[in-house]
Design a protein around this ligand. Structure first.
Ligand code: ZN
Length: 146
């Protein structure tokens, strides 16, 4: 079990050190800001959405390792997906992070199941996902996890 935890940590630390899609998008047509006051994590998310498909996704901001890794992996996972598929992925990740037992997500996103053991960090992991939902569904106000 501790080996599994090491794997979680390695994946998260790798994405924190080398965040994927940490950049701006010149022709973004959706954007949202997310803030987690519990930890101080802030992200600005930019998307290019065409014909209901996320063509590009990128983020900027500053936060803890978990929030940065989550945004890195979230953007990597949504590029090329339809808005509906992104919504389904959000539901799956949210259930995995907050659900009682056994909710799981396939692939590398599953590493965030390890965060469940640290309840104070769950909002760090969900911030990027709440932010993309806001970007896709048009929340006018910045997203706060509070
Ligand atoms: Zn955090």
């Amino acid at each position: 079990m501790s080996e599994l935890r090491d794997l979680y940590q390695q994946v998260i630390l790798d994405h924190n050190r080398k965040p994927r899609n940490f950049r701006r998008i010149a022709n973004a047509n959706r954007t949202a800001e997310g803030y987690n006051p519990l930890c101080g994590d802030r992200i600005t998310l930019e998307l290019t959405v065409e014909d209901g498909v996320v063509k590009d996704a990128a983020f900027q901001g500053a936060g803890c390792a978990i929030s940065t890794a989550s945004a890195s992996m979230m953007t990597s996972n949504v590029i090329g997906k339809s808005e509906r598929a992104v919504d389904a992925l959000f539901q799956g990740v949210h259930a995995m992070l907050t659900g009682a037992n056994g909710a799981a997500v396939e692939g590398k996103l599953g590493v965030f199941a390890g965060v469940r053991e640290f309840p104070s960090r769950i909002k760090c992991a969900t911030l990027a996902w709440h932010t993309i939902e806001a970007a896709l569904h048009g929340a006018a106000e910045p997203v706060s996890t509070e």
